[in-house]
Design a binder for this molecule. Structure first.
Ligand SMILES: Nc1ncnc2c1ncn2[C@@H]1O[C@H](COP(=O)(O)OP(=O)(O)OP(=O)(O)O)[C@@H](O)[C@H]1O
Length: 355
């Protein structure tokens, strides 16, 4: 299931836009920005197909991490479509950058770096690089758009606006790019949170349909994106003391800048301790957590679902569709912040600071 599909039933100015893009000097970077359901992906699909038809080499960067078309979800992906396609879901990504959540508000750095990394790859191969973005355009979303545009410097930025909700963003972006204002198509349809979740559910399910449970040796594939595993392991005296003081089942712990303790609460009562001294991770939140397999170049080979961990042996069980050959290239297992099961149900998001 994909929300946006190819259509030529688009406002007249989209045909003029296609001509304009075709006539510009190449290579050309074009970023699409607009609120949710403003028609960014539909426009991108229209432009990509039109440019392919005209004989241009096209790259598509899908950074709409909340509603990804190209698999896997919760990453940024680069694809080079070679023939006409109906929706982004038909494209196979050739490079990915791990974000680890579908709600990237706390990941402005990763989002900007990821889009830049993929753009650097794309620009060597394509005449036109089309960059789709999230519909997150207000508050921290506005800053995220600025960072992306500042770092990528797209020659053209297409701003899809219903009324004048993007006037502040337009001012903020203007120094870095030429902005083309476009109205939202009358045909654009808003989707409820429930419909969006359903689309994502199908995507997760498809991605994990060939998933297998594998054992990951965390001594060889470094766990990252978390304070867990950093510093020296706690002694049994330290664990016993923490267990007695806070009525925790202490599953694992390390001493680095502060104590990081993986625990389960044995009793429910308010506990008072300084977060700058003790950082706690709830053991139950680790199960079904999304993780990314990262290669030596910082790119994401694919994602997996963290199912179980044996801290003393440094072994984890992860469900992933990656093949043994692909897994051989993994140097890092990066922790994400969404819990999801292979049938596609999302169990919840974690705050960045929770791990
Ligand atoms: N020109 C059009 N003709 C028919 N349907 C359209 C057109 N433009 C957009 N739509 C429909 O409107 C909905 C939203 O469009 P689309 O998914 O392209 O928006 P988006 O801005 O990429 O969304 P988001 O980033 O919030 O996921 C889709 O169901 C899409 O099919």
């Amino acid at each position: 299931m994909n929300k946006a599909t190819y259509t030529e039933d688009v406002p007249e100015d989209r045909f003029e836009l296609l001509e304009r893009i075709a006539s510009e000097d190449k290579p050309l970077k074009v970023m699409l920005i607009g609120g949710t359901d403003s028609g960014k992906t539909t426009l991108l699909t229209f432009l990509a197909n039109g440019l392919l038809e005209l004989g241009f080499r096209v790259a598509v960067i899908d950074s709409d991490v909340g509603q990804k078309g190209i698999l896997p979800p919760a990453t940024l992906s680069l694809a080079f479509p070679e023939e006409r396609f109906k929706s982004l879901g038909d494209l196979r990504g050739v490079a990915h950058y791990f974000i680890g959540t579908t709600s990237p508000g706390q990941y402005a750095g990763e989002m900007a770096v990821g889009v830049r990394r993929l753009t650097d790859i794309a620009i060597n191969e394509a005449d036109v690089v089309l960059i789709d973005t999230t519909g997150f355009v207000t508050g921290p979303g506005l800053e995220m758009k600025r960072l992306k545009v500042e770092l990528i410097k797209p020659e053209l930025t297409l701003l899809l606006e219903r009324t004048d909700e993007l006037s502040h963003l337009r001012k903020v972006l203007a120094p870095y790019t030429e902005i083309i204002d476009l109205s939202v198509s009358q045909k654009a349809r808003e989707h409820s949170q429930e419909e969006r979740r359903e689309v994502r559910k199908e995507k997760w399910k498809t991605y994990f349909s060939n998933g297998e449970l594998i054992e990951v040796d965390l001594k060889k594939i470094a766990p990252t994106g978390t304070e867990m595993f950093l510093g020296r392991p706690l002694t049994s005296e330290e664990k016993d003391l923490l267990a007695a003081l806070f009525k925790w089942l202490v599953i694992a712990g390390w001493k680095n800048e502060r104590y990081t303790v993986v625990k389960a609460d044995m009793e429910s009562f308010p506990r008072h301790y300084s977060k700058s001294v003790i950082h706690t991770v709830d053991f139950e939140k680790l199960s079904n957590l999304l993780v990314g397999f990262i290669d030596g170049d910082g790119l994401c080979l694919g994602v997996g679902i963290f199912k179980w961990v044996n801290f003393s042996e440094m072994k984890a069980q992860v469900l992933t569709p990656l093949t043994p050959e692909e897994l051989e290239k993994a140097l890092e297992l990066r922790f994400g912040r969404i819990r999801v099961i292979e049938t596609g149900e999302e169990l919840g998001l974690l705050q960045r600071k929770e791990l």
